[in-house]
Design a protein around this ligand. Structure first.
Ligand SMILES: NC(=O)c1ccc[n+]([C@@H]2O[C@H](COP(=O)([O-])OP(=O)(O)OC[C@H]3O[C@@H](n4cnc5c(N)ncnc54)[C@H](OP(=O)(O)O)[C@@H]3O)[C@@H](O)[C@H]2O)c1
Length: 254
């Protein structure tokens, strides 16, 4: 299968690429970013780096013909581009909305319309969001209200896109808590983060687990249109236990 990973230079995307390179059923990985994406430093077992192709796009509201051609015939897209709360001060509010919401909408609209070489299965499009994002635009949270409503609006727009697509695309939203790389964190950092998480009431998921869950859904199909942190932990841990082939399916919630 051909997988597009948008935002390929990011934290989660780097782990996604690392695992995808070791996954035999993924035969082509398009790493779509605003700059070149080299193979990850640490490769997994039986990695095949020849599957990775870096595609650079300067403006995610305007796809060149060359970029469009490289995105043709995809089976699945995992969209990781967004401005996270910790980076909000680096852009204007208008830019944060465009990057976190409008880029994804333009992305799904562009990729869905490309030729797919006779493939009849719907394109699978996964939009990564956060556990606290709010879809109901009348329910503004007290903390980070504008940001959480904007991310919720993006979720709605992506899910609605599938509803009106005549079966050409299926969409899924993943709502994770804090994503951690346990290998990179010291004991003190782990304790500090656990304290912060408990203050804001956010669950956590390790980066290898969320990447495994995203790949599972991209490869095997969507369990449901919205996956919460607990769903992602269950699916990701089952896939990691099954190994790169992912032969053992994640247990269903029923
Ligand atoms: N990390 C967490 O704890 C966490 C928790 C909940 C939800 N999430 C969500 O999960 C997703 C992935 O998170 P992450 O931690 O992997 O994010 P990240 O490391 O910040 O990566 C974000 C990606 O977006 C790209 N990007 C940012 N501004 C851009 C622009 N103007 N044009 C094009 N690309 C741009 C970045 O490219 P550059 O590398 O070039 O900047 C990078 O590839 C996001 O939607 C995030 O909100 C993350």
């Amino acid at each position: 299968m051909k997988l597009i990973i948008a935002g390929s230079s990011g934290f989660v995307a780097t782990e996604l690429i690392r695992q995808a390179l070791s996954t035999p059923s993924i035969t082509e990985i398009i790493a779509l970013g605003r700059r070149e994406t080299p193979p990850p430093n640490k490769l997994g077992p039986n990695s095949d780096v020849t599957k990775l192709r870096s595609v650079v796009l300067g403006d995610f509201l305007s796809y060149t013909d060359e970029v469009k051609e490289s995105l043709e015939s995809a089976d699945a897209v995992i969209w990781t581009i967004a401005i996270s709360p910790s980076k909000l001060s680096t852009v204007t509010w208008e830019e944060a909305c465009v990057i976190s919401r409008d880029y994804a909408v333009k992305g799904i609209d562009t990729i869905t319309q490309l030729p797919r070489d006779g493939k009849t299965e719907p394109l699978r499009f996964i939009y990564m969001s956060g556990s606290n994002a709010v879809r109901d635009q009348t329910k503004k949270p007290l903390l980070m209200g504008d940001y959480l409503l904007m991310r919720g609006d993006a979720e709605t727009k992506i899910l609605n896109y599938a509803t009106t697509s005549n079966g050409t695309v299926e969409t899924q939203v993943t709502k994770t808590g804090i994503i951690e790389d346990p290998v990179q964190l010291s004991v003190v950092s782990k304790l500090g983060r656990a304290f912060l998480r408990s203050l804001v009431g956010l669950p956590k998921i390790n980066v290898d687990v969320i990447a495994a869950a995203l790949l599972d859904q991209a490869i095997n199909g969507f369990e449901k249109d919205t996956l919460l942190n607990e769903d992602l932990v269950r699916i990701g841990e089952a896939r990691l236990a099954a190994g790169a082939s992912g032969q053992n399916q994640a247990p269903s919630t029923g």
